[in-house]
Design a protein around this ligand. Sequence first.
Ligand SMILES: *Cc1c(COP(=O)(O)O)cnc(C)c1O
Length: 385
Amino acid sequence: MFNSSRINEFSNIPTPFYYYDMEILQNTLEIVKRESSKYGYHIHYAVKANANPKIMTKIQSYGFGADCVSGNEIKRSLESGYPPNKIVYAGVGKSDQEIQTALDSDIFCFNCESIPEMELINEMAEKANKIAKIAIRINPNVNANTHHYITTGVEENKFGISRWEFDSVLEGLASYKNIELIGLHFHIGSQITDLSVFKGLCLRINEIKQWFSDRQIFVDHINVGGGYGVDYKHPDQNPIPDFVTFFGIFNEFLNLEANQELHFELGRSMVAQCGSLISKVLYVKNGVKTKFAILDAGMTELLRPALYRAYHKIENLSSNGETENYDVVGPICESSDCFGKLVSLPATKRNDLIAIRTAGAYGEAMASRYNLRDIAPSIFSNELN
Ligand SMILES: *Cc1c(COP(=O)(O)O)cnc(C)c1O
């Protein structure tokens, strides 16, 4: 993927930096557009995956909406041209100020995660003399078979409203005059590569929909969230997830009423493969059992390996020597600041360029200034040359 002319261009740019291949992004967005349009599905981009303004503007240019989890994400989406009527807003801890921002912006829908939250939105909407449109985020108790830190759809975690609360939700809704229930929302986790999980979700939603329609509650839309995974092991062979099968599953297994819309909130699957973190080797140091390749990028630029022990493919762009094993680590003063143990790389030396792949989602977005480090800049393929 990284041809030698690109590597020459990289060598003039101070490291570390995020590199975005806009062709991969564009190809991905085209396929999402084509496959979702087949069924008339509505796509909201999950801004938390990557809120870089250039990425957001590009995604907006395809007509997708935005899925936000904070007031600032709502503001960033509006600034990037997303129309308010395509913005949804989720989160277990929406602050008063954030709710106000969403009300002032007349967003499409609040995805509500608790009864006290609905009470507050109702109260604030009344003061603003508005009717807030809401969906209830339901915890469908479906296990996403993914890392437990990114599983959100089982009853023991903090997200959503569980089945045993439905009666009190309906009671509440009957008395809240300034909110209108327009949807049911689900999001069960992230990096889900086992597509049977989505089939299971569809079947569970069918049951839950039935529960509501038995009580004469009908909603305009179902929102199934995001969570579709990407191939971290083979970014070049699988740069674009199989959206044909993904959307096909919902078409096949989810029972929608006539005119009922289906919405998605895709984050990782849209942006992960277009991004790489480019870094340089500062030192190669001999350890007791292994050699360390110490990079100038660390958990401050890409937190996922330290946070979830996530795997990212690591490539040495400068060497084609004999392969050896290295523990590839960052400069931060934490033992968890490690991108991979016993990584097989061609013989590696100081100043070699290293690409950490599939870093377009939850990479730049999770960067921090820990150790007072500078925030790494981002470079776009269509702005080089
Ligand atoms: C994070 C999140 C998403 C996006 O998840 P991906 O795994 O990146 O697709 C969608 N909806 C909600 C509510 C989220 O919190």
